[in-house]
Design a protein around this ligand. Structure first.
Ligand SMILES: [Zn+2]
Length: 163
């Protein structure tokens, strides 16, 4: 459970950048959710609006999900006792307690636009094409210099092409 201290003696600046839009939020002691962002288990951070909504899961499906979550690490297996709760207690527990886990450990990759290949950050796209071309970033820069001559001409080209 996260709590806020009445006085803040060790506040720190934090910032979050959406890997898809480049949108940034920053502030003192800003949490990811306060910034309107979520992170997946694989470390992709993005604005909430890009999160793929989990289809309305039944209690049985949530129990299966929770069982898999507990069995992912040996130290979590003690939490399997939460499955003994009644359906109502269990769903309240998921809603009230597990959201802190999602904030800490990240959401499931099935809800991540990157992990599901719904969209990809420019960085991943660029790395893929450099790999396809079999050249380094510096080598690519040199070919752009040869093709466009100056940076303004190059930037005008990509700015108008990419939507
Ligand atoms: Zn992801």
């Amino acid at each position: 459970m996260k709590t806020r201290q009445g006085f803040v003696s060790n506040s720190s600046s934090s910032s979050f950048i959406c890997c898809l839009s480049g949108h940034m939020e920053s502030g003192m002691d800003l949490s990811k959710s306060e910034a309107g962002m979520v992170e997946c288990e694989n470390g992709h951070t993005f604005l909430e609006k890009y999160q793929i909504s989990r289809k309305e899961m039944t209690v049985t499906e949530w129990r299966e999900w929770y069982t898999a979550w507990c069995k992912k690490y040996e130290w979590r297996e003690c939490y399997l006792t939460d499955l003994e709760k009644t359906d109502k207690e269990f769903m309240d527990f998921i809603e009230d307690e597990m959201k802190y886990e999602f904030e800490e450990d990240g959401i499931d990759p099935t809800q991540c636009p990157v992990c599901t290949f719904t969209d990809l950050p420019y960085e991943d796209v660029a790395k893929f094409f450099l790999a396809q071309l079999g050249i380094t970033r510096k080598e690519f820069a040199l070919t752009m210099k040869e093709q466009f001559g100056d940076y303004t001409a190059f930037y005008t080209y990509i700015k108008d092409k990419i939507k």
